[in-house]
Design a protein around this ligand. Structure first.
Ligand SMILES: Nc1ncnc2c1ncn2[C@@H]1O[C@H](COP(=O)(O)OP(=O)(O)OP(=O)(O)O)[C@@H](O)[C@H]1O
Ligand SMILES: [Mg+2]
Length: 467
């Protein structure tokens, strides 16, 4: 966090300062346990508890200043605001403005229905080779997480990578108005959170906000293979940098494209092309869908004038995924578990199933998909689960274990479609699934575990994966 006076912070958030005009030297936190000496505590009402109950704890931890939604009895300097969330955003916008004036900050915003966190991690690996880089912890991408990330910058920060998620139309516009990205990346428009949004058109509109306020000296990095994303070129003044899996038309070629994509249990490879030049890309991350995320990150590097060879190299040394994201586990006995049960949308579910089919076919191993509910699909739920069941049969997954009543349509569809040699089972609970797997797994089996977080299969994945 930038060093700022309490009065400057009060002006930024539009509240009155009660108490001394202290100098703030520590980070801004909404969790009192994370407050350090000289920092700011923002007390917000939460879903499970009220941050105002922890003001004493924050003061004891050394908070120099508190931002709260009601007057405080404590003697600590504080600013009263109508909304802690709005104040956080206003402060983040002010900090970004100050750092821009003081230094050479470049802000990159990333949105898309899938792959934001993966792309963010890739950008972090590429950009930190060129200067101090700040990017979100985990998947901080909402109205609280994004400004919290912005507030971690200071005058020395060269690159700020922001993950921008959207629950509603207007969410991303609010985040871009705070941070004014120089580069806006849209990965894809899919069905993630479609139930909340009310359809793919609304999702497209929401994601378009990533590029619609960019200026002509800014860059929009767009997925050429996704027609909804490609269409966003009409909604921006920015220069377009394209990524995709084909060279594109001669008059407007794809800036960076990948061919020769192959995915194995060791990782994913592709050849990245820019005009007549090409580079071999090797990712330890599993699943060919991550090639698009890598291309997006590389296209950002290219747009910023960074050396592509070095950027490709940085991706090669990137650790595998974070936990529960195509996480490779080897519990022994010749069994491999891929735990991807941190979240699931129809697109990421399909991508994971296709990857499982591809990786096992090459290695001549048996493929088993343990699948649970994809949440947040609203009225589309049955249809989308049904589609996944049919896909699993079509790409010849050997064995399907469907878990939970909300996912049963996967099993029903697979049972109707399945052919000789394919097998599908449905169980109510993760415990039953575990018992079924333990009694039937054989050496050589590759087991994909995938569902939304709410379906709770990630712990099942850990158990059969021996973690
Ligand atoms: N281009 C893609 N197409 C399909 N699935 C993808 C793609 N990129 C990532 N995924 C899958 O989507 C899931 C989420 O990946 P990641 O965490 O990177 O996305 P995210 O956009 O940050 O998600 P969230 O909205 O939960 O923050 C993982 O299962 C991952 O393998
Ligand atoms: Mg994320």
């Amino acid at each position: 966090m930038l060093r700022m006076r309490a009065r400057e912070i009060a002006a930024a958030v539009g509240g009155a300062l009660q108490g001394d005009d202290v100098l703030v030297t520590g980070s801004v936190e909404t969790d009192s346990r994370l407050v350090a000496a000289g920092g700011v505590f923002v007390a917000m009402p939460g879903e499970s508890t009220d941050g105002h109950r922890f003001v004493d704890a924050a003061v004891a931890a050394g908070a120099a200043l508190v931002i709260a939604e009601r007057p405080l009895e404590q003697a600590v300097p504080h600013i009263v605001v109508d909304s802690g969330v709005v104040a956080l955003g206003a402060l983040a916008a002010d900090v970004i403005r100050r750092v821009r004036e003081a230094g050479a900050l470049t802000v990159i915003g990333v949105t898309g229905s899938n792959g934001k966190t993966t792309t963010k991690n890739m950008l972090q690996a590429i950009l930190e080779q060129h200067g101090p880089t700040v990017s979100p912890i985990k998947s901080f991408n909402n109205e609280v997480g994004a400004p919290m990330t912005m507030l971690r910058i200071d005058e020395s920060t060269r690159y700020l990578v922001l993950e921008m998620g959207a629950s509603y139309v207007g969410d991303i516009a609010r985040l871009t108005a705070m941070s004014h990205p120089d580069v806006g990346v849209v990965l894809k428009v899919g069905l993630a959170h479609a139930g909340e949004f009310g359809g793919v058109e609304a999702t497209t509109r929401a994601k378009t906000e990533m590029v619609q306020d960019l200026d002509s000296h800014h860059v929009a990095v767009l997925n050429r293979d996704d027609e909804r994303v490609a269409g966003m070129a009409r909604s921006t003044r920015a220069r377009i940098a394209w990524f995709g899996t084909s060279p594109g038309p001669a008059d407007e070629p794809t800036t960076l494209w990948a061919g020769d994509v192959d995915s194995t249990l060791e990782g994913t490879i592709a050849t990245v092309h820019r005009g007549d030049e090409s580079w071999p890309l090797r990712l330890r991350i599993l699943g060919e869908h991550h090639v698009m995320n890598a291309l997006a990150a590389l296209t950002v590097a290219d747009a910023l004038g960074l050396d592509l060879e070095r950027a490709v190299g940085a991706l090669g040394s990137l650790e595998r995924a974070e936990r529960w994201r195509m996480e490779l586990l080897e519990p022994g006995g010749g069994i491999t578990v891929i735990n991807d049960a941190y979240n699931a949308s129809p697109d990421s579910m399909a991508a994971a199933i296709r990857s499982l089919a591809h990786m096992t076919r090459g290695a001549q191993r048996r493929s088993i998909a343990v699948l649970g509910e994809m949440g947040e699909l609203g009225a589309l739920s049955t249809e989308e689960h049904d589609r996944i069941g049919r896909l699993a049969v079509r790409v010849r997954i050997d064995r399907l274990v469907v878990v939970g009543s909300a996912a049963k349509a996967i099993h029903d569809a697979a049972e109707l479609e399945s052919s000789f040699g394919q097998d599908t089972a449905w169980v109510e609970t993760a415990e039953e699934a575990e018992a079924l797997l333990r009694s039937s797994l054989e050496p050589g089996d590759v087991v994909l575990v995938k569902s939304s977080l709410s379906a709770g299969l990630k712990d099942l994945g850990d158990r059969i994966g021996g973690r």
